[in-house]
Design a protein around this ligand. Structure first.
Ligand SMILES: [Zn+2]
Ligand SMILES: [Zn+2]
Length: 278
């Protein structure tokens, strides 16, 4: 398993590679620009050349881009819906230019319009942004804690999005351990991990799982509260992470830790590497 952090970006895209090297990452995740602003700064040809060269030298692979926080593909507000699809299309275009393997995104919140409405909107946004972006960069839908009217707390919902969108080849999913635990999948034991993966396989297919977000959880299973904790210090616990990093269905996936790193923070990726057997 290749491990990395969601790294800081300071100006040009290549700064993310520099942050990743400094933090000892095998893989990195970064934002396409400011996560609280709609516009995605374009990468120039020179930015792309410098980025690709630095990445090759560093050995960091893959590079993942995390969409901005404003994206809501399930929104009933036309402007938000259109901006969400455009924002994802720009992130996918930028990712393709930089040689990033995938864009991962939170899928959205129907805000009372109903789950069916939300799922149809998401499927439409997925197809729209994939049609408008070139290349092979994948779009990964991230599991959520399932709070309120947010979509993505149950694997069945992803299955529906795949059905409604026609299941494009470039569509996959990202499993966030903290989020699925909070959503009600008790992955704190080996049996619980196996049960969750069985469900995932039934509704989505394990072959669609392309990325892990490894975060422990401060909040209880089923709390629908998204609060990341350092590995082994939360309610999921060390033994569950040991089981997951060695699991046949997971061990070849890239894994991103979304927690503060460096300085006085625990060495989460070092710890995860130490759990890998053989
Ligand atoms: Zn995540
Ligand atoms: Zn989270």
């Amino acid at each position: 398993m290749r491990f990395g952090y969601h790294v800081k970006l300071a100006g040009s895209p290549v700064s993310a590679i520099e942050s990743g090297v400094e933090a000892g990452c095998d893989t990195i995740q970064m934002f396409p620009g400011s996560p609280q602003q709609w516009g995605t700064p374009k990468a120039s040809d020179e930015d792309a050349r410098v980025f690709r060269e630095a990445r090759r030298e560093s050995g960091i692979d893959p590079v993942i881009i995390h969409s901005i926080y404003l994206v809501n593909m399930a929104s009933s507000a036309d402007q938000v819906f259109k901006r969400s699809a455009s924002s994802l299309a720009s992130a996918l275009t930028k990712a393709d230019k930089l040689g990033s393997a995938a864009v991962v995104t939170h899928i959205g919140n129907h805000k009372g319009e109903g789950e069916r409405f939300g799922l149809e909107r998401i499927a439409a946004a997925v197809n729209s942004c994939l049609e408008r972006s070139p290349g092979e960069t994948m779009l990964l839908l991230e599991t959520t804690a399932g709070a309120g009217t947010s979509i993505g707390g149950r694997f069945e919902q992803f299955g529906e999005v795949f059905d409604l969108s026609g299941g494009p080849d470039r569509l996959g999913i990202c499993l966030d351990t903290c989020h699925i635990f909070a959503a009600g999948y008790d992955i704190s034991t080996p049996g619980g991990v196996d049960a969750a993966l069985k469900e995932l396989d039934k509704y989505i297919g394990l072959d669609r799982l392309k990325l892990l977000h490894l975060n422990d959880s401060k909040a209880e299973c089923g709390s629908h509260t998204d609060r990341h904790e350092h590995i082994g210090r939360g309610m999921i616990g060390m033994e569950a992470f040991r089981y997951m990093v060695n699991h046949e269905a997971l061990k070849d996936l890239p894994a991103i830790v979304e927690l503060a790193y460096g300085g006085s923070n625990p060495d989460d990726i070092g710890l995860l590497r130490s759990l890998v057997e053989g």
